[in-house]
Design a protein around this ligand. Structure first.
Ligand code: G3I
Length: 476
């Protein structure tokens, strides 16, 4: 099974060189996809991560902290992958087992293992109906909304600068129910819980890409796919901070790889978000499994904004669906035909920057809708502030953007007056004084210094209603 015969031929300096080498492939070899296990491209990479990187993408794996002491496991991880997703260790039950008491031990181990070896980290996941700790399962309404937002804020803040992309919200849509939202305690806090989570994540880690992640969203014609598409389209139009869509892509006979998968990827991408294949596994074996893996990789390579692929585990025996042998390495760590197909596709597959978008049933253009977080250009010295409000029946989250004027700032204070009945309960990236009426928010230690014309964001959350707020900003 192992593809140890792949020649380690140095790649030419230009992609044109690679193309010339590809021309030497026979038509028969191209037609017999599986025959491409012997890489014939002059720029063949020899590991999944290196080959994906040559195409401007990452290739990652879900990793379990308790396997980091298994040297057979880490040998493959360290050799093949350049991105890591903690399989369970960043979930709510793992990171906040008791309300307000955070435990990052196992997640930190994975993050440290990855980053010390130059791998990037995808965060999974901040808000989910499943794997909630008992205390959260028992909550509802405004208290749950507040607890959820606090969890998002605390975890995203802990990993600020270390996680390149977050699955902010996971699996919020129902299966086969006309594209309805999944019923859950989070959903029952109000339909806007998803956007509230995204705003809190943005405020906590402005540099991380924020993704919505789900399964059974691979087939473009399925109601659930269309429902997620409409949500992302709506978020983009209203300026809700979303940067990417994660397609989990757990394929088996009940949920097979769809022939319109590329249309799904390109249609989401056309909304102006990255697309990531976040939890790929394909049950099966041999050539059939290998061919499906190849199709998935080629589909991603054909969509410029498909930025990377993560497989949900390393060896078949590491998989949540171990009996379906859905991964790229067998239980002994040997490369399977599926591995060879993926590597071959990464080295030889479709071009990296296609400009065409396959047609889909929905329009794929993004209307130039107003962005509620737009900040007026800085005028003179000092600073300006603008507020973006996300309100629900019993509360609100305010995201405040502070923009430095022509002199930059070494510190700042934003003042505003809350309407009667509104009370600040929580804030982040700021030092707050006052909870009602006239309140002030000063910079935290890390975000006081803003270069001329640049911005930073902080946020606060409250109970009651804050229909409109007029902030004033003072720079020091
Ligand atoms: O670690 C304990 C162990 O101590 C205990 O003896 C054992 C008894 O059941 O449980 C172990 O924990 C299990 C954990 O996996 C680690 O293996 C949990 O019970 C089990 O529920 C958990 O399953 C995880 C599942 O999410 C939970 O929903 C899988 O590992 C994980 O692969 C899976 O990942 C999800 C993604 O997060 C979201 N998309 C679907 C995907 C597959 O279900």
């Amino acid at each position: 099974m192992s593809n140890t015969s792949v020649p380690d031929i140095r790649r030419p300096k230009t992609r044109a060189g690679a193309r010339i080498a590809l021309v030497s492939l026979t038509a028969a070899a191209l037609a017999a996809g599986a025959a491409l296990t012997v890489a014939t491209s002059a720029n063949a990479g020899t590991t999944l991560g290196a080959s994906a990187a040559e195409r401007g993408r990452y290739f990652g794996a879900a990793v379990a902290a308790n396997k980091l002491s298994d040297s057979a496991y880490t040998t493959i991880l360290n050799r093949e992958f350049n991105s890591v997703t903690p399989e369970n260790e960043m979930k709510i039950d793992a990171t906040e087992p008791q309300q307000g008491q955070f435990n990052f031990t196992n997640a930190d181990r994975i993050v440290s293992h990855a980053r010390s070896r130059g791998m990037q980290v995808r965060g999974h996941t901040l808000a989910w109906h499943s794997q909630q700790p008992g205390w959260m399962q028992n909550m509802s309404g405004a208290a749950l909304r507040t607890a959820m937002l606090n969890h998002v804020t605390q975890v995203a803040t802990h990993y600020r600068g270390q996680v390149v992309a977050w699955d902010v919200v996971n699996e919020a849509f129902a299966d086969g129910n006309g594209g309805a939202r999944r019923d859950s305690n989070l959903q029952r806090t109000g339909n806007d819980w998803i956007e509230a989570a995204f705003r809190a994540a943005r405020a906590a880690d402005p540099a991380a890409k924020l993704c919505y992640n789900d399964y059974n969203t691979d087939n473009w014609t399925w109601d659930k796919t269309q429902a997620v598409y409409r949500m992302v389209q709506d978020f983009k139009q209203r300026g809700v901070p979303i940067d990417c869509v994660g397609l989990q892509s757990h394929f088996n006979s009940g949920s097979p790889y769809p022939s319109n998968y590329r249309t799904t990827l390109s249609s989401f991408a056309a909304l102006g978000v990255d697309v990531q294949i976040t939890e790929l596994d394909i049950e099966g074996s041999g050539t059939t499994q290998a061919n499906t893996y190849r199709n998935v990789v080629n589909d991603c390579l054909a969509v410029a904004r498909c930025t990377g692929i993560t497989v949900w585990g390393i060896r078949d025996t590491d998989s949540w669906r171990a009996s379906g042998t859905p991964l790229l390495f067998d239980g002994s760590g040997n490369k399977k035909p599926a591995y060879d197909a993926v590597l071959s596709a990464l080295n030889n597959g479709a071009g990296p920057n296609p400009t065409t978008t396959p047609p889909g049933p929905n329009p794929t253009t993004t209307p130039p809708g107003p962005n509620p977080t737009t900040t007026p250009p800085p005028a003179g010295a000092g600073c300006t502030a603008s507020v973006s409000l996300n309100s629900w029946s019993a509360g609100f989250v305010a995201t405040v953007r502070v923009t430095a004027g022509s002199s930059g700032t070494s510190g700042w204070t934003v003042s505003l007056t809350l309407p009667s009945g509104a009370t600040v309960t929580n804030s982040w990236n700021t030092s707050a004084s006052g909870t009602s009426g006239a309140v002030r928010f000063s910079n935290a230690t890390h975000n006081g210094r803003i270069a001329a014309g640049q911005s930073t964001e902080f946020g606060f959350q409250g109970t009651g209603s804050a229909s409109s707020l007029t902030p004033t900003c003072t720079a020091s």
